[in-house]
Design a protein around this ligand. Sequence first.
Ligand code: HEC
Ligand code: HEC
Ligand code: HEC
Ligand code: HEC
Ligand code: HEC
Ligand code: HEC
Ligand code: HEC
Ligand code: HEC
Length: 248
Amino acid sequence: MKKRVTGIPDPVLRLGIVFICFIGIVLFIRIVIIPSPLKETGSQRTSAIERELSREIYFAGSDICSDCHDEESALNRSGHHKYLSCETCHGPALEHTEDSEILPSAPREREFCSQCHTYNLSRPTGFPQIFPIAHNPLDPCISCHDPHDPKTPEIPGECSACHAQIERVKIGSPHFFLRCITCHETPEGHKIQPRLVSSTKPVEREFCATCHSTESRVEDTPKIDFLIHGEDYLCWQCHYPHRPEIEK
Ligand code: HEC
Ligand code: HEC
Ligand code: HEC
Ligand code: HEC
Ligand code: HEC
Ligand code: HEC
Ligand code: HEC
Ligand code: HEC
């Protein structure tokens, strides 16, 4: 290995020079370039805290609301909206907590709820979503869902929940044992959005004939000669289907 007069090997000398240059640059930046206030880490932190503290405060946080609105708070805490803060919906309400004459807003319009609940592929799987145009478009969301405890309303199991009058009429009639869906094909969706998803109705005489024509194999039903009995008319122009009674 080549040696200089100093007796230090060449590679070590080069490495030493690089190191000294590095230290030099760091010191130069620290001493000359960085302005002095930025160098005092302590004071910089305090000034940042002061700066943030001097900002005006608008939000009160959800805890304080329960002092005066325990009912809404309790509902909200136990329901599906428990992770939403009160002020997400009611807007900044600090002023209100200091002077309850100043009322916060309450978002009653459909557009507000739709911000979070409109169908959007990028939302997490299972997040409850709807198409606002198709989802009960005529009514405000809060007429069916309590904003503090939103639930999906229970879907009625029985047709009689909405067609009570027809059910009552049928109970007292010879068609008592016939189920509604024997004569009406009804998709489940009809019970959720009856005006959008409709139920079928019999359209032809042949339908009644399946049980009532003399050809029919269904037992224990009064039979008629399908070809001549009331031939020019639909059966239900003479017999009310939900209470077929013949005048004797
Ligand atoms: C010091 C008691 C107090 C506190 C704390 C308080 N409120 Fe109220 N709040 C009231 C009073 C009083 C009313 C008026 C009630 C009325 O008019 O029936 C009211 C009314 C409201 C209303 C109804 C507005 C409307 O349009 O009818 C909302 C919403 C509301 N407060 C939200 C909040 C929220 C959110 C908080 C927490 C950030 C909060 N309040 C904290 C006393 C309070
Ligand atoms: C998802 C949005 C949402 C959240 C979260 C929410 N609210 Fe409401 N709040 C509403 C809407 C919408 C109304 C109006 C309801 C109405 O008119 O029937 C309302 C009404 C109110 C009222 C007036 C009650 C009345 O009968 O008029 C009070 C008080 C209230 N909220 C307090 C709170 C408090 C306290 C919290 C937090 C614990 C909270 N809200 C959280 C949407 C929300
Ligand atoms: C800031 C976003 C946000 C807003 C605004 C909002 N929600 Fe929600 N909503 C949620 C979250 C989060 C859930 C809970 C989702 C979960 O349980 O996975 C939820 C759940 C629901 C559910 C489903 C309950 C169930 O049975 O699964 C309904 C219904 C609902 N919200 C109705 C409303 C209505 C009505 C409004 C307007 C007053 C509204 N939401 C405003 C975020 C929001
Ligand atoms: C006429 C009553 C009615 C109105 C108005 C209404 N909903 Fe619903 N909502 C229902 C019923 C019933 C269900 C349960 C059946 C279903 O999934 O469609 C439901 C279900 C939901 C669900 C849960 C969907 C899921 O897949 O879990 C959300 C979220 C929801 N509604 C939000 C809203 C929002 C937001 C609005 C306003 C833009 C609104 N609803 C208006 C009756 C209503
Ligand atoms: C949530 C309430 C509700 C439930 C549950 C319900 N319906 Fe309906 N149904 C309605 C409403 C509302 C209408 C009227 C729709 C219209 O005027 O467009 C209707 C209309 C009908 C019609 C007449 C359709 C037409 O074109 O004239 C038939 C048939 C019917 N329903 C059968 C049924 C049967 C069968 C069931 C049970 C399997 C049932 N419905 C359950 C609300 C309901
Ligand atoms: C024997 C068959 C039959 C049964 C069972 C039956 N329906 Fe019908 N329903 C009909 C026929 C046929 C019509 C068509 C009447 C018309 O167009 O005038 C009809 C019409 C309707 C309508 C339209 C409005 C009206 O009063 O004309 C509704 C709603 C309806 N049915 C609901 C029901 C429900 C709910 C039940 C069960 C409680 C039921 N139906 C059981 C045959 C039946
Ligand atoms: C699934 C079989 C079935 C269908 C479909 C059916 N019915 Fe009936 N119908 C019956 C039964 C069962 C009786 C009662 C027999 C008894 O009382 O012993 C009956 C009785 C009657 C009676 C006699 C009432 C009386 O007082 O004796 C008339 C009229 C009648 N149905 C008309 C109709 C009409 C109109 C339709 C078509 C809309 C229809 N039925 C569809 C099974 C059916
Ligand atoms: C023009 C009116 C009219 C029409 C349309 C009509 N009926 Fe009748 N139906 C009557 C009259 C009136 C009676 C009672 C007198 C009789 O037995 O002929 C009756 C009796 C019946 C009976 C009872 C028979 C018995 O022996 O007890 C049945 C079942 C019946 N009809 C079913 C039907 C069916 C199914 C249709 C459609 C294919 C139909 N009707 C169409 C008027 C009509």
